[in-house]
Design a protein around this ligand. Structure first.
Ligand code: S5P
Length: 272
């Protein structure tokens, strides 16, 4: 079940514009690293993104943890996107009825759909959550990831819940571009020998080279385990890169480069 087509080949077949841009960027920059920048000051957010920008295909944000947010921050984020050639994933984890998530996605202070190419949703509410988000995101060329599994100890997203997430994605392939999961789930089209048209991206958080986890249930695996053994397409790394000191910009660049190299090496090994 491990995906064996190249990111470039998959970009050519991608129909959703956000998925296509992401896969093209991965092939062009030779990186399957996404950095999750979970800091509370916009100054730190911008400095870290600037430092890791050369090494990533994707920057994952939690925009609602920024204490000094104002609308000028979005323009600054977009300047960094142009400077470094990556796209944004606001990790909003929507979980409400269709009408509410459409408002949360389009409106309020953050206007997520206006700047974030990708966002994600829990599937607890069923198909209506995808319908609600698609009403905003599809006309803008955005893409959605479904949370099929989680990295945390004792996660309830397993078994038939995970299978139901896959089924919902299959029914909405114009907008759902993939999953947050720990592995490429069984039966998802994986290689040239499988004549299936479908192609879902697997994005995997809970990645760390130095630590096994934190005190609040997070569990870490290595880039190699995720990409080579479990068929993940994109590794999501947060504190493994900026955790020891969010102000140590040189160290942060160095760590991002290291995770990029580990992730890419595992991908290249998977291709052959
Ligand atoms: O199952 C999940 C799903 C997500 S999106 N586990 C996760 O850890 N995440 C997110 O990935 C989480 O919200 C955080 O932003 C990031 C992991 O951060 P780290 O510092 O533990 O690498």
């Amino acid at each position: 079940g491990v995906q064996t087509r190249s990111y470039g080949q998959r970009a050519r077949n991608a129909k959703n514009p956000a998925a296509k841009t992401l896969l093209d960027t991965m092939e062009r920059k030779k990186t399957n690293l996404a950095v999750s920048v979970d800091v509370t000051k916009s100054e730190d957010l911008l400095a870290i993104i600037d430092a890791v920008g050369p090494y990533v295909c994707l920057i994952k944000t939690h925009i609602d943890i920024v204490e000094d947010f104002d609308s000028t921050l979005i323009a600054k984020l977009q300047n960094l996107e142009r400077k470094h050639d990556f796209i944004y994933f606001e990790d909003r984890k929507f979980a409400d009825i269709g009408n509410t998530v459409a408002l949360q996605y389009s409106s309020g202070v953050y206007k997520i759909a206006s700047w974030s190419h990708i966002t994600n949703a829990h599937v607890v509410p069923g198909p209506s959550i995808i319908k609600g988000l698609a009403s905003i995101g599809l006309p803008l060329g955005r893409g959605l990831l479904l949370l099929a599994e989680m990295s945390t100890a004792g996660s309830l997203a397993t078994g038939s819940y995970t299978e139901a997430a896959v089924e919902l994605a299959r029914q909405n392939q114009d907008f759902v571009i993939g999953f947050i999961a720990q592995r490429r789930m069984e039966g998802l089209g994986a290689g040239p020998e499988e004549a299936s048209d479908e192609d879902f991206l697997i994005l995997t958080p809970g990645i760390g080279l130095e630590s096994q986890g934190d005190s609040m249930g997070q569990q870490y695996r290595t880039p190699r385990t995720a990409v080579l053994e479990s068929g993940s397409d994109i590794i999501i790394v947060g504190r493994g890169i900026y955790g020891s000191d969010p102000k140590a910009i040189d160290a942060i660049s160095g760590k991002a480069r290291r995770y990029m190299e580990e992730g890419w090496k595992a991908y290249v090994e998977r291709l052959v």
